[in-house]
Structures are given as C-alpha cells and as structure tokens.
Design a protein around this ligand. Structure first.
Ligand code: FMN
Length: 205
C-alpha cells in the first residue's frame, strides 16, 4: 500500500518477522498492519522475510548459486530503500531478536540511513529484551527509533498459547507508536533529500 500524501512524501511503515513453521509473528504482524492500514496519513506494506529467502551474509556458495543470492540481496535492497519508516515485528530468542531478522538487517546499510523505526516485540516478557537489542543496532544504522513500542505477551495476549487475543490496550499502544513513527518518518525526509548524511560505505568506528 502506498502513501496518500500528495506532497511527494513516500511514507510507509512495514513489518518484518521471522519464519519458523507455525510462527506467531505472522498473526501479530497482520494485526499491526490492519491497524496501520486504517490510518489515512500513510500507506503501509507488510514485508515478510520469508519472501526474500536471504542467504546468510557472507555465506560462501558455488558460482552457480551466487547470481541467485545476488538477486535476492538486490530485491531486498530495493524493497527497503523505498520506505520512510519501519515497524520491526520480532520474536525474542534468548533475549535477542531472531537471527533471521538480524541477518536481513545486516545485508543493507545505506538503505536504512535517516529513516525512522519502531518495534513490536513478542515473547514471555513482551519481547522487551529483543527490542532493546534492536535499539542498539538502530544507532549504527542511523535509524531514529521512537520511544513507543508494543510488547505482545505469549501468555496474556494468546489464548492457550495459540489463539491471538490481544488485550484491549494493545491497539492503543500500536497507535501511539505509529503516531511517533509517522511524525519522525516525515521529519527525516528533509535529511534524505539529496542523500545528505547517507553513507555509501560502511564506516566502522
Ligand atoms: C531457541 C529459542 C529461544 C527462545 N528464547 C526466548 C526468550 O529468551 N524469551 C522469550 O520470551 N521467549 C523465548 N522463546 C520463545 C519464543 O519467543 C516463542 O516461541 C515465539 O513464539 C517464537 O516466535 P515465532 O512463533 O514467530 O517463531 C524462545 C524460543 C526458542 C525456540
């Protein structure tokens, strides 16, 4: 879905999650997407990492497979470059985000620069520790992460650990988060004009 804004703003929220069989992330990401899609100020798109099937970064493959991996990387780059803002939907694995999400993030750099981000974590403690990890990563990518976040509990927001029944306050939490994300995603457009401050190369310091 694309932006309804007529001032050439291309402000888009999108969602990532990982891809284990029976993953809970899918129903959570769709729920966030539906809430965001009801808002008029932005266009939103749901991005599923499963569709990109990215190789492990730096993975050595045969010459035959290399073009396939490059094509996947390119598709991912183009997808991410087109957005102004992101909602990362992440499970908590050993107090961190999923390796699949981290790998997808690490594939790119410039595409992330001067964008805004927010987070929906899920786990036994609402994925809070996974989100804290991601917040550390955002600084290095020059992504501005907003304060608002959503923590989905695998016990309190799921019935019998299977049917997703978010508690009523969770939708308010999503909207508060989106208010902040949309504001920052729009404000940072000025910086992105002419690619000011965006890095073509990684500069480790
Ligand atoms: C290897 C592994 C580590 C996990 N570590 C945590 C954890 O540290 N904290 C937590 O709240 N849940 C943890 N979980 C539970 C997952 O967050 C939960 O299974 C979640 O539903 C996984 O996301 P998915 O269903 O979208 O694949 C872990 C699960 C696995 C398989």
């Amino acid at each position: 879905m694309r932006e309804k804004d007529t001032n050439n703003h291309d402000q888009v929220s999108h969602y990532h999650w990982q891809y284990t069989p029976g993953r809970k992330g899918e129903v959570i990401a769709r729920w966030v997407h539906e809430i965001a899609a009801r808002r008029n100020e932005v266009q939103v798109e749901l991005v599923d990492l499963k569709d990109f099937n990215l190789p492990y970064l730096g993975e050595t493959v045969s010459e035959e497979l290399e073009p396939r991996n490059q094509a996947r990387h390119q598709a991912w780059s183009e997808k991410i470059d087109g957005f102004d803002a992101y909602v990362f939907v992440t499970p908590e694995y050993n107090h961190a985000p999923s390796g699949v999400l981290k790998n997808a993030i690490d594939h790119l750099y410039r595409e992330w620069n001067n964008k805004a981000a927010s987070f929906v974590g899920y786990g036994y403690m609402g994925g809070a520790r996974a989100v804290e990890h991601l917040r550390l990563v955002m600084g290095e990518l020059q992504i501005a992460d907003v304060k608002g976040q959503v923590g989905i509990s695998l016990t309190a927001d799921f019935e019998d650990y299977s049917a997703f029944r978010p508690r009523p306050h969770q939708e308010d939490a999503v909207n508060t988060m989106l208010d902040q994300l949309i504001a920052w995603g729009g404000a940072l457009q000025t910086l992105r004009t002419g690619n000011a401050g965006r890095c073509d190369q990684l500069a480790y310091k």
